[in-house]
Design a protein around this ligand. Structure first.
Ligand code: NAD
Length: 315
């Protein structure tokens, strides 16, 4: 493969595109929003500068990387010559289905179609396609150019050949693809994340702990153990006999309903989306945003660099 297409250049898409360009691929980009198209190269440039400053990239020629990224003015122009097309557009099943239906009419016969959906099983996205065997979910994590793991979730009809090629492609750009054996909504990691958010939001809502103390507590305990060893191995070290008792004592009082938590619906209705609206659990003044994002990315990169060898070795 030499040419990759990324459709949707927001939070995820620009980082995905950048990762392929750094690895030497020609990348064709498209977003339906002109302002997003016009800003994508500047955003990638800023990411690359932060990565270079923090030693996450060996010396690269910034101009060469940027020259491999072609921003297209139309979807078809972006897709028709590519061997691998990944969408990072709205998390809306109909929008994703419509995109892939249009896309499969213009791409080459061997092109692979990938979705970066956070929640929809690939079989739902690929339903109605003429060639569902070439459709697959590749679930990246924000920031896409920093976090090593990408979940790979084939649909019921995805061919093994396509799974193999996608695993190989992601390895070749320095990612750590993890293949799931079955598709379930949210895959593995977002299910875990949502289950934890349900409880964490509830603890904050009930006044058990403040949001900032919860961040400090998790970072200084669970996060260190999970980052260093993984939760299942941490359980092995703790002893499942003891953990089984703790589980039994706590499980009945855990939040277990399936509604979006009130605290979250309240924040959403007030427009408190987090960094993108300037207010979440913390405040993000507009004028400080570039600096806040660069400092956050720098911390993520430091940890990703530290952990990458130990994740690969499985220890
Ligand atoms: N944000 C995350 O942390 C995260 C992590 C993993 C996966 N995802 C998934 O990645 C996808 C994108 O999420 P995001 O956070 O980057 O969203 P975003 O809103 O930041 O960006 C989406 C971009 O897609 C564009 N777009 C929407 N519909 C389009 C279409 N039909 N054609 C072309 N462009 C279109 C929008 O203009 C926007 O710029 C979603 O499916 C999301 O669930 C998000």
């Amino acid at each position: 493969m030499q040419t990759i297409t990324v459709i949707g250049l927001g939070t995820m898409g620009h980082g995905i595109a950048q990762t392929f360009a750094v690895a030497g691929f020609d990348v064709r980009l498209f977003d339906e929003n002109e302002t997003v198209r016009d800003s994508v190269i500047a955003r990638v440039q800023q990411n690359l500068e932060v990565m270079l400053q923090n030693g996450l990239l060996e010396s690269i020629n910034l101009d060469e990387v940027i020259s491999r990224m072609i921003v297209c003015q139309a979807e078809q122009e972006a897709c028709e010559q590519s061997e691998f097309i990944i969408e990072a557009i709205a998390e809306d099943l109909d929008i994703k289905r419509e995109f892939f239906r249009r896309c499969e009419k213009v791409v080459t016969e061997s092109a692979i179609l990938a979705s970066n959906t956070s929640s929809f099983p690939n079989s739902m996205i690929a339903a109605g396609l003429a060639h569902p065997a070439r459709c697959i979910n590749t679930h990246w994590f924000n920031p896409a150019h920093v976090i090593p793991v990408v979940e790979i979730i084939p649909g019921e009809q995805t061919s093994e050949d396509v799974v193999g090629k996608v695993m190989q492609l992601l390895h070749s750009i320095g990612k750590q693809p993890i293949r799931l054996q079955k598709e379930v909504p949210g895959f593995a990691l977002n299910r875990i994340q949502v289950a934890m958010f349900r409880e964490m939001l509830d603890l904050v809502d009930q006044g058990v702990i403040s949001a900032s103390d919860l961040d400090r507590a998790v970072r200084g305990s669970l996060a260190i153990r999970w980052a260093a060893a993984g939760p299942m191995r941490v359980g092995d070290f703790g002893g499942w006999d003891v953990l089984g008792k703790v589980y039994e004592n706590i499980a009945p009082s855990l939040r277990s309903d399936s509604q979006v938590h009130d605290i979250l619906t309240g924040m959403i209705s007030r427009g408190e989306y987090g960094i993108k609206s300037g207010q979440g659990f913390y405040e993000y003044p507009q004028q400080d945003l570039p600096d806040i994002i660069a400092r956050k990315d720098k911390r993520f990169m430091t940890w990703a660099k530290l952990l990458s060898d130990s994740i690969t070795s499985g220890e």
